[in-house]
Design a protein around this ligand. Structure first.
Ligand code: CS2
Length: 449
């Protein structure tokens, strides 16, 4: 949240007394209590037909703030659904406990409880790639989870599902490998227990949820008559596609529109490439062209053309009429164009090294394998290198390496940045030249704009 909410002495604080709401028992533990968790998994759980049986205990990541605010409101918060036509407001009660992520004791206690059936994760793409030694020593979310799973093993509380809700291809498998590696380093017996008892569910998640602003909180206070410091603003659209087993049961999320499939890959690629890929193009090309939100960037023909060219390439590798790519693209243009949602490009630009590996590289590789240039995907990478050259104010898990690469100039700089995405890219001089040229052409377009 940006800034402090305006004090509204005349309206009460939202809580379960102001808004009497059922308090379901904790059966889901979540790691990563952010705005997206509130507008997505918490929203879906509230809208499941059996919502009365499924409460969420949600843990924050690095900082306790979101848990403090939510705990003061008995876990209640407002989802503001913002369409082009107006706003609608709904109080969500599925989060029944909000906890500081550093409280590993409470995490272990809840994960070890036999009633707990599911652990959901929104810990950011970068968190899965953390170096093993760092993970174990620094108590990263996944290291904390491994410790909690050890408590479940000791309690003989039975099998459980871990459900990744981060924007990664095959996120369940990635979670399994990351958790398995940490467990193995701690205790091989635990790793074997996890192997036999933890089901890793892969999911594709979608709901555009920008950071809440002070103005949003003021709007909720005046429209709803209570002060809610944990409100989230999101688009009406929501999507959740899941693949995997829930050995201890799950809410009827399908009542809220969730879809359970055997083969997630086509859906996750559609979402990661078309939505998230376009987002990254808009974030980097848009900012160097002076835009600050998705809707603004999309209305710039240079950015829009770059998105469409990338979509044309990605669509070649998204087969099957069931995916409905033309309609999906149309819907994206409408969603991105919803200018009542101010989705800031700075937020999307964060962690580019992790995101582009998922969003640009697979399409680039597939296009090149088909004997084509892959310029559309390469332009996303070129926009990223141009953006990094244009600013000192970027956020990335590899920030130190990026700063090091930026001590170089010209093609060597481009090559050094590409090496951070994949050494293979950097070792291909033709590709380095291609991306460098696209970056120059992007920059030239900008200076003439
Ligand atoms: C965005 C996503 O910040 C980003 O990288 O591309 O958070 C995007 O808004 C969501 O995946 C939409 O579901």
């Amino acid at each position: 949240m940006s800034g402090e909410p305006k004090p509204s002495a005349d309206v009460p604080r939202l809580n379960r007394t102001v808004k009497p709401t059922a308090t379901p028992p904790v059966r889901i533990v979540h790691l990563g209590l952010g705005a997206f968790h509130r507008s997505h998994q918490a929203w879906y759980t509230q809208h499941a037909g059996d919502a009365a049986e499924w409460g969420i205990a949600s843990f924050t990541g690095r900082r306790p703030d979101a848990a403090t605010v939510l705990a003061e409101q008995d876990g209640l918060f407002t989802v503001v659904e913002r369409s082009g036509a107006g706003d609608s407001f709904e109080v969500i009660g599925s989060i029944v406990e909000a906890v500081d992520g550093a409280d590993v004791g409470r995490l272990a206690e809840l994960v070890a409880a036999p009633e707990t059936a599911i652990i959901t994760l929104t810990i950011t793409e970068a968190a899965y790639a953390a170096d093993l030694s760092v993970a174990v020593q620094d108590s990263t979310p996944l290291a904390r989870l491994v410790a909690a799973l050890a408590a479940r093993r000791t309690a003989a509380a039975g099998p459980i599902a871990v459900v990744s809700c981060d924007n990664l291809a095959e996120n369940g498998t990635v979670a399994r490998h990351a958790i398995g590696a940490i467990a193995l380093a701690v205790d091989p017996g635990l790793a074997a227990w996890i192997d036999a008892n933890v089901s890793f569910v892969s999911t594709s998640v979608d709901r555009i949820t920008p950071r809440t602003t002070t103005a949003d909180l003021a709007l909720v206070a005046s429209a709803c008559g209570y002060r809610d410091d944990a409100a989230v603003v999101t688009e009406p659209f929501h999507n959740w596609i899941l693949s995997g087993d829930f050995p201890a049961g799950r809410p009827r999320w399908e009542d809220a529109g969730a879809v359970f499939v055997d083969d997630l890959e086509p859906y996750e690629n559609r979402k990661l490439w078309l939505l998230n890929g376009a987002h990254s193009i808009l974030a980097y090309a848009g900012q160097i062209r002076g835009h600050s939100t998705v809707a603004e960037a999309l209305s710039d023909d240079v950015c829009r053309d770059a998105v469409e060219a990338f979509w044309d390439e990605a669509a070649q590798h998204l087969s099957g009429d069931a995916l409905g790519i033309p309609a999906y693209r149309d819907a994206l243009v409408e969603r991105f164009g919803n200018s009542r949602i101010a989705h800031h490009l700075t937020q999307i630009a964060m962690d580019g090294t992790t995101k582009l590996r998922m969003r640009a590289l697979p399409v680039l590789a597939a296009e090149r394998a088909a004997g084509r240039s892959g310029d559309g995907a390469a332009r996303m990478i070129a926009a990223w290198t141009a953006y990094l050259s244009s600013t000192a104010d970027f956020h990335d898990p590899l920030a130190a390496d990026i700063r090091e690469a930026k001590t170089l100039d010209g093609e060597p700089r481009t090559a050094a940045l590409l090496a951070l995405l994949s050494p293979e890219l950097a070792n291909d001089p033709a590709l380095v030249a291609q991306i460098h040229r696209l970056q120059d052409s992007l920059a030239a377009t900008i200076s003439h704009a």
